[in-house]
Design a protein. Structure first.
Length: 655
């Protein structure tokens, strides 16, 4: 695979309106070019200026980038700061009574908390953790909680005392939780009796008990339990303590623990296709810097904004754009406990109207699901407060992009289609909404200070219009520092010998068009080799979803003795699941459509229809499971992270 062929053409361009440009933080190409020139001529100096201007340091740094032991790069390492102080304390003199969080629970109840109130709650919990439970700087704390103000308080409290937190999504199984506790060597778990999702209780404490009782978790000395549902649970008097009891008599002020810029702020585990999960380790200073910069650049943050990122704090999006980024810039944000379809598909649109949301950031999966459930529903709500839309998680197909822009944004809201990863810490390639002409489906251009490229297998840049491997050529402050406890796996995974360990390997295929815009073509592992052609899955999926019958699609390869691979498509229709002859007829319609859109080489050999696709609870399609189904293999991989495990059996049977 020297290059990946780009077979999808998208020529539509949407320029930012004059009204938006006039008020934007970055409003002229000259400003963007000036930042690029500064970073190009003095890379370290550029990042030093950004860090000095955006972070409040207790001890200023004198060292910018330490490259003595690549790829274990270190940024601002002799500087000292506290992330919680930068998110809370520094706002107390300027906007103590500004609302920090608007929390809407699953049942619709709304709670508002100011920066001053949030500060006091964080201080009380941090005092309880450090003084009563003796949690020390560098200790690891697992956070296994529902979406709530308390989840953010727990993360901020750990940051305040220098403990390294590892948030585990509240839908993960006891086995997944146990694996993460053991790998991190955590001595404390913060959880809740339960959470509410889709009108139903999720029994979190029971899962914690199961995980701890399975052996190997003897490192855990304390379990702090937030009382959310008031369900009956077991409380071990030797280990368990209610959060309200822990904080009851604690002072509501505390001095932060000042730590090195390189101090591990958090470990976030990502599931891989094999072996144990990878503990992505992030620093404090560099990570916080990218969170702040992207709030200002990507989201064009304004003091009057009501910002809503719909992610869960169990994912990196919820870390950077809920727990840290919005608070670091002093924003008011919405946090939501529930799901977009409960009690019905109006929920997101009602919440935007009710809370006057101005910046809305969600995933393509959610967008496509809401199109299927009611593509005209947004028009029934007052969404005029919106001024900017965002997309995160995977490439957004052009047709969903256009619907998002025209129906949700009324044609006036720029869309920031953000490419980044758990490992990058923050946005890397994304439009600057005040200046970047938008192309549906493209994440456009790298941010200032991010040196991206598309290369072939030898590490050489490929010409524009050709697809290849997406890499980052220079270290950046918010990058992954290590895989927790496994430095060799870190080097092998992200700085492989294929490129002499020089480049960060993103794992995505991409191409750049004539304007230099980046188009993500899918994971490198998902590249299909059909009759000698290297095809990216994203472009075929986009062609399928462009058909009015289709709501969602995922494409994988199946070994073939003649073609090398044939294309198998898994499709969710806008309407009911077809059966019998109707299924065959619909499949043929879609094959002909793909042939017309991008050519016969991309035509699926087989199309299977289902009610849904196998997705993680963050909305990502698990294509590796679809590959097993396409090959008629038994699924032996861990499926505990699936939102809808039953869909696997349906897709096995349906042809």
């Amino acid at each position: 695979m020297s290059t990946i062929e780009s077979i999808l053409t998208e020529n539509r361009i949407f320029k930012p309106s004059q009204n938006f440009t006039e008020q934007a933080n970055l409003s002229e190409w000259q400003e963007y070019k000036k930042l690029l020139t500064e970073a190009d001529s003095d890379y370290e100096g550029f990042w030093a200026r950004m860090a000095t201007e955006n972070i409040d340091w207790n001890k200023p740094f004198s060292k910018i980038l330490n490259s003595d032991n690549p790829p274990f790069f270190r940024w601002f390492e002799d500087g000292e700061l506290n992330v919680s102080w930068n998110c809370l304390d520094r706002h107390l003199t300027t906007q103590p009574n500004k609302v920090a969080i608007i929390f809407e629970s699953d049942d619709g109840n709304v709670t508002r908390i100011t920066y001053k109130q949030l500060y006091h709650r964080v201080c009380q919990l941090s005092n309880g953790l450090s003084k009563e439970l003796k949690i020390l700087p560098g200790d690891r704390v697992i956070i296994y909680m529902p979406m709530s103000i308390e989840a953010v308080v727990a993360m901020q409290a750990c940051a305040r005392i220098g403990a390294t937190h590892s948030v585990v999504f509240g839908g993960f199984s006891a086995k997944s939780l146990q694996d993460r506790i053991i790998d991190a060597g955590a001595n404390c778990v913060i959880t809740a009796d339960g959470g509410i999702r889709n009108g139903k209780e999720v029994f979190l404490k029971n899962t914690v008990d199961e995980a701890l009782g399975s052996g190997g978790c003897e490192c855990v000395k304390h379990v702090v339990v937030y009382q959310r549902t008031k369900s009956t649970i077991n409380m071990d008097t030797k280990k368990d303590i209610w959060m309200h009891d822990l904080v009851q008599n604690q002072p509501d002020v505390s001095n932060p623990v000042w730590v090195s810029s390189e101090h591990p702020l958090f470990i976030l585990y990502t599931s891989g296709s094999t072996g144990k999960p990878k503990g992505v380790q992030h620093s404090s200073g560099g990570y916080l810097l990218q969170a702040q910069l992207t709030m200002k650049w990507s989201f064009d943050y304004k003091q009057k904004d009501i910002f809503w990122c719909t992610a869960d704090v169990g994912w990196v999006t919820g870390h950077t754009y809920i727990a840290y980024g919005p608070l670091a810039v002093g924003a008011t944000q919405v946090i939501f406990e529930g799901v977009p379809t409960y009690p019905d598909a109006n929920r997101f649109w009602q919440m935007i109207a009710n809370h006057s949301v101005t910046v809305f950031y969600t995933a393509p999966t959610a967008i496509r699901s809401l199109i299927k459930l009611g593509k005209d529903l947004p028009k029934q709500h007052n969404l005029t407060s919106l001024r900017l839309l965002g997309s995160v998680g995977e490439p957004i197909n052009p047709e969903a992009w256009v619907w998002y822009h025209s129906t949700v944004g009324s044609g006036k809201c720029p869309i920031v289609d953000t490419w980044w990863q758990t490992e990058t810490g923050g946005h890397m390639i994304t439009p600057l909404p005040g200046i970047t002409p938008l192309k549906p489906g493209s994440c456009t251009l790298p941010l200032p200070g991010i040196v991206a490229d598309v290369v072939d297998e030898s590490g050489e840049s490929v010409e524009k219009g050709k697809g290849g491997i997406l890499v980052i050529k220079k270290p950046w402050p918010s990058m992954i520092r290590n895989i927790w406890g496994d430095p060799e796996r870190f080097k092998k995974t992200y700085f492989p010998d294929d490129f002499d360990g020089k480049y960060y390997l993103a794992g995505d295929g991409a191409n750049r068009d004539a304007d230099g815009y980046y188009w993500i073509m899918g994971r490198i592992d998902d590249v299909l080799v059909v009759s000698g052609h290297n095809l990216g899955t994203m472009e075929i999926e986009s062609a399928l979803v462009a058909h009015p019958l289709v709501a969602e699609a995922a494409v994988v390869g199946k070994p073939d003795n003649v073609k090398g691979e044939t294309i198998v498509a898994f499709v969710v229709l806008q309407g009911d699941l077809p059966i019998g002859d109707e299924s065959d007829q619909t499949a043929q319609i879609l094959r002909n459509w793909v042939t017309k859109q991008i050519g016969p080489v991309a035509k699926p050999e087989e199309i299977r229809f289902g009610d849904n696709l196998p997705k993680t609870r963050s909305g990502k399609i698990m294509r590796r499971l679809l590959r097993s189904i396409a090959k008629d293999e038994e699924i032996t991989q861990d499926t505990s992270t699936l939102e809808n495990p039953s869909i696997l059996e349906q897709l096995k049977k349906v042809r």
